[in-house]
Design a protein around this ligand. Structure first.
Ligand SMILES: C/C=C/C(=O)SCCNC(=O)CCNC(=O)[C@H](O)C(C)(C)COP(=O)(O)OP(=O)(O)OC[C@H]1O[C@@H](n2cnc3c(N)ncnc32)[C@H](O)[C@@H]1OP(=O)(O)O
Length: 704
C-alpha cells in the first residue's frame, strides 16, 4: 500500500494493525473506504497475521461518512460492502475506539468482531440529525448488539453515549485503562488470542423480537419529538421492519430507506445547517491575523445576561471578574452564577469539583471598575441605554490596560457611537449574546467601523472557546437577528390588524416548524419590551408605518405576558402554558373599527407566506448592505437564536429551495396593499429575475 493512502496495514508478530489517518475526523471518504477494503484483503492473505486491530490516528476514531460527498455521485466501494468484508473476515477484527465514534464510524465498529473503547469515547448514530438514517447496517446490527429498545432510542434521537453506558448496553466489550487506542486494541487482541477466540459476527446473530406495545409507545414518542420531520419515523420503521426479515433482507431494506431519505429536502437542509455553522467562523479578511491574549474576562452588570455570560466564560476555563454597582448586587450576581453552574452539575455537564474550583479560584465579584484594570476583554451587559453605555465605555477607557478588548452586549444600539465614547475605538466590538447566555449557542459578533482585525479574531476565538457559534454582523439597528425579527413580527402584526387572530398566526407559524409563534414568544419575553421600543421610536416614526395598536392596549391594560398571567394568552394554574383569551376577538374588533379597517380572514398558508416573505426580504437587504457576510450566516442566526426549524435549513436556504421568483411575486402582491412596508430588496428582485440564488451571494469578506 502506498505511504500517502489514508489507511495503512502494518503487522507486529501475530497482530495486524490497520490504521486510518484522514484528518480532521477520519471521515469515510472514498479513499478511506478503498483503503479499508484493501487492508482487509491483505489481512486475509497475510499468513503471519492471526488477528487485526482497527484504530485511528488523531483526535478520533472514524466520525462518520464524509458528509461533503452526500448528494454527489457515489464512488465505489460502498460503505455497506466494506463493512460486510470486515465482518466476513475469518481472522478476528478488534475495533479500538477513541474520540467521537459516530454514524458510519460506529457502523464500521459494529462490523468488527470485538470493540474496546478508551475512557472518554463518545458513540452514536446521529444520522437523523442530518435527515438520514444509519445506512450501513446500523439499524440492523445495533439492535442485535444492544436490544431493540435501546437501538430505537439511540437511532431515533441521534444522541451520543459515553463508554460506560456503551459497556452497560453491550455495545462495546471493554473500556480500556489507558487512553491510547492502539495500545487498548493490542491488549484486547492479545487477550482474544490467548482465549483462542474466533470472529463473532453481529450479522449472524439472531434478531431480537419486537414487542408490539413497546414499538407503538416509541412511535408516539417519535411522532411528538420529530415535529413533522420524516427521518426519525422512517428510521424507527426501518429498524422494526428490517429485523422481521433475514439479515440480508434487513440490510437491503435499510439501504432503500437511506437512499430515499438522501433525496429529501430535509436532508439537504440539515446538511446545509451543519456546514453553515462551521462556515460562519471563516473570515477571509482575517487570514493570518492572530487573536489577542484571552485569559481574563471582565463583565459589567450582574443581571440575567451578565450572570449567563459569566457562567459560560467560567465553564470555558476563563478567569472572570464581574463588576456590579455595589457589594450586595455583586453578591446576588455571584449567587446566581453559582446556581447556573449547579444546574450544569445536575445535568451531568460539569463535575462538582470543577464547579468548586471555578467559583473559588477563577471568579470574583467586585463593586468597583478598578478590578478590571488588567483583564484581557471586558463585556458590558448593563441597561440597554445608549447614554448609560457610553458612560461605561468612557470609564473603561480610563481604567483598562492598553490592548484590552472592550465589548458591548447591546442587542440593537449603534456600536460605532459606543466606540466613539472611547479614545480607542479600534478596540471596541459588539458581542451580542442570547439569553440564557450559558445555554444559547449563538453569538453575534458586531464589527464597528474602526474595529481592528485582531479584535474581530479575538471575538471569534472567544466564541470557539465558549463552544458558541460566532456570526459576524455589521452595525445596523438590531444587527442580523433582531432586525429580521422586527420585519417578520411586523408582517404578523399587520395580519392581526387586518383580521387574523394572534392565535391563527401562532398556529400557522408552529405549523411551519417554529417551536412557538410570535405572540407566544412575545408573552414569554414580556410585552413591555416591544412597547418601550415603540414609545422610543414614536417621535421619528414615518406616518406610513402601521402601528400595532392592539399590542399597546394590552400593555396599557397591565397585560405584560406570562409574568402578569395575561398577555395575548391567559396563564393560570390550569393552563400554565397559556390558553387563548375569549375576549381577544372583541378587543381586536373594537380596535379595527376605530381604525376603519375591514377585517378579513387569513388562511394558514397565507399567514406563512407573508411571514416568510418578510423574513426573506429583510434577510436579502441585510445581505445586500453587507451587514451579513453570506446568506448561510443569516440562516445560522435564525436557527440558533430564533427557533427557525433546522430541517428547513434557515430562511435563506428555504427561500432558495422555494424559488425566489415565487417569493418576489408574493411580495409584489402584498405591496399593492402596503407599498411602504413591502419594499422589495433590490438584491432579491435581481436574483429572482436572473434565476440566481441567495446562497451564491458573497459580500466580499469571505471569498472562499
Ligand atoms: C452511512 C453513514 C452515514 C453517516 O455516517 S452520516 C455522518 C455521521 N457523522 C456525523 O454526523 C458526525 C459529524 N461531525 C461532528 O459531529 C463533529 O464534526 C465531530 C464531533 C466529529 C467533531 O467536532 P469538532 O471537534 O467540534 O470539529 P468540527 O469543527 O465539527 O469538525 C472539524 C472539521 O471536520 C469537518 N467534518 C466533521 N465531520 C465531518 C464528516 N462526517 N464529513 C465531512 N467533514 C466533516 C467539519 O466540517 C470541519 O471542517 P472545517 O474545519 O473545514 O470547518
Amino acid at each position: 500500500m502506498a505511504e500517502q493512502t489514508p489507511v495503512t496495514y502494518r503487522r507486529d508478530g501475530e497482530i495486524a494493525f490497520i490504521e486510518v489517518d484522514n484528518p480532521p475526523v477520519n471521515a469515510l471518504s472514498a479513499a478511506v473506504r478503498q483503503g479499508l477494503a484493501e487492508a482487509i484483503d491483505r489481512l486475509a492473505q497475510d499468513p503471519e497475521a492471526r488477528i487485526a486491530v482497527l484504530f485511528c490516528a488523531g483526535r478520533t476514531f472514524i466520525a462518520g461518512a464524509d458528509i461533503s460527498e452526500f448528494g454527489k455521485p457515489s464512488v465505489p466501494p460502498g460503505l455497506p460492502d466494506v463493512i460486510a468484508a470486515i465482518e466476513a473476515s475469518d481472522k478476528p477484527v478488534v475495533a479500538a475506539l477513541h474520540g467521537t465514534v459516530l454514524g458510519g464510524g460506529l457502523e464500521v465498529a459494529l462490523g468488527a468482531h470485538y470493540r474496546v473503547a478508551v475512557p472518554g469515547t463518545r458513540m452514536g448514530l446521529p444520522e437523523v440529525t442530518l435527515g438520514l438514517l444509519p445506512g450501513a447496517g446500523g439499524t440492523q446490527r445495533l439492535p442485535r448488539a444492544v436490544g431493540i429498545e435501546a437501538a430505537i432510542d439511540l437511532i431515533t434521537s441521534g444522541r451520543q453515549i459515553g463508554a460506560k453506558e456503551a459497556l452497560r448496553l453491550g455495545l462495546i466489550d471493554a473500556v480500556a485503562e489507558g487512553t491510547n487506542p492502539r495500545a487498548a486494541g493490542e491488549a484486547e487482541a492479545r487477550r482474544l488470542l490467548d482465549q483462542g477466540a474466533g470472529p463473532r459476527r453481529l450479522g449472524e446473530a439472531d434478531a431480537p423480537a419486537a414487542d408490539a406495545a413497546m414499538v407503538e409507545e416509541w412511535r408516539r414518542k417519535v411522532a411528538k419529538s420529530a415535529r413533522g420531520q420524516v427521518g426519525p419515523m422512517r428510521a424507527l420503521d426501518t429498524i422494526v421492519e428490517g429485523l422481521a426479515m433475514p439479515f440480508a433482507g434487513g440490510m437491503a431494506h435499510e439501504r432503500r430507506a437511506f437512499m430515499d431519505l438522501m433525496q429529501t429536502p430535509e436532508r439537504a437542509a440539515l446538511i446545509h445547517a451543519f456546514f453553515a455553522e462551521r462556515r460562519a467562523a471563516q473570515q477571509d479578511d482575517l487570514t493570518g491575523v492572530s487573536p489577542r491574549k484571552l485569559d481574563r474576562v471582565g463583565i459589567i452588570g450582574g443581571g440575567t445576561m451578565g450572570q449567563g455570560i459569566a457562567a459560560a466564560a467560567l465553564t470555558a476555563g476563563l478567569d472572570v471578574t464581574l463588576v456590579e454597582r455595589d457589594q450586595p448586587s455583586a453578591g446576588k450576581a455571584a449567587a446566581g452564577i453559582g446556581k447556573m453552574l449547579e444546574g450544569a452539575v445536575k445535568r451531568g455537564k460539569l463535575a462538582p469539583e470543577a464547579r468548586d474550583q471555578m467559583l473559588s479560584q477563577a471568579f470574583r465579584a467586585a463593586a468597583a471598575y478598578d478590578a478590571l484594570a488588567e483583564v484581557d476583554l471586558v463585556i458590558e451587559a448593563v441597561f440597554e441605554d445608549l447614554d448609560v453605555k457610553r458612560e461605561v465605555f468612557r470609564t473603561l477607557d480610563s481604567i483598562c490596560r492598553s490592548g484590552a478588548v472592550l465589548a458591548t452586549n447591546t442587542s440593537y444600539l449603534d456600536v460605532n457611537l459606543i466606540a466613539q465614547a472611547t479614545l480607542r475605538p479600534q478596540d471596541v466590538i459588539g458581542l451580542h449574546f442570547f439569553s440564557p447566555a450559558n445555554v444559547m449557542r449563538l453569538l453575534e459578533i458586531v464589527v464597528a467601523d474602526c474595529t481592528a482585525p485582531d479584535v474581530v479574531a479575538t471575538a471569534f476565538a472567544l466564541a470557539k472557546r465558549m463552544g458558541k457559534i460566532g456570526v459576524r454582523s455589521g452595525v445596523c439597528d438590531g444587527f442580523i437577528g433582531n432586525r429580521m425579527l422586527l420585519a417578520y413580527r411586523t408582517a404578523a402584526d399587520h395580519m392581526v390588524l387586518d383580521g387574523a387572530s394572534p392565535y391563527d398566526v401562532d398556529q400557522a407559524i408552529v405549523g411551519f416548524g417554529f417551536p412557538m409563534g410570535p405572540y407566544q414568544v412575545g408573552d414569554l419575553a414580556g410585552l413591555d419590551i416591544g412597547y418601550a421600543t415603540r414609545q422610543r421610536k414614536a417621535p421619528t416614526r414615518d406616518p406610513r408605518e402601521r402601528v400595532p395598536v392592539f399590542a399597546d392596549r394590552l400593555v396599557e391594560a397591565g397585560r405584560l405576558g406570562r409574568k402578569t398571567g395575561r398577555g395575548y394568552y391567559i396563564y393560570d394554574n390550569e393552563t400554565p402554558q397559556g390558553r387563548p383569551d375569549p375576549g381577544m376577538a372583541g378587543l381586536l374588533d373594537g380596535i379595527r373599527s376605530e381604525l376603519g379597517a375591514a377585517p378579513r380572514s387569513f388562511a394558514p398558508d397565507e399567514i406563512r407566506s407573508r411571514y416568510m416573505a418578510a423574513m426573506v426580504n429583510e434577510g436579502a437587504k441585510i445581505l445586500d448592505e453587507g451587514i451579513a457576510t453570506r446568506a448561510s450566516d443569516i440562516d445560522v442566526v435564525l436557527l440558533h437564536g430564533y427557533g427557525f426549524p433546522r430541517w428547513k435549513g434557515g430562511p435563506m436556504h428555504w427561500a432558495d429551495t422555494q424559488g425566489l421568483d415565487r417569493i418576489t411575486a408574493n411580495i409584489a402582491r402584498f405591496a399593492q396593499e402596503d407599498p411602504y412596508f413591502w419594499q422589495i430588496s433590490p438584491l432579491l428582485a435581481r436574483l429572482a429575475a436572473e434565476g440566481g440564488k441567495l446562497a451564491d451571494v458573497n459580500t466580499g469578506k469571505d471569498m472562499k
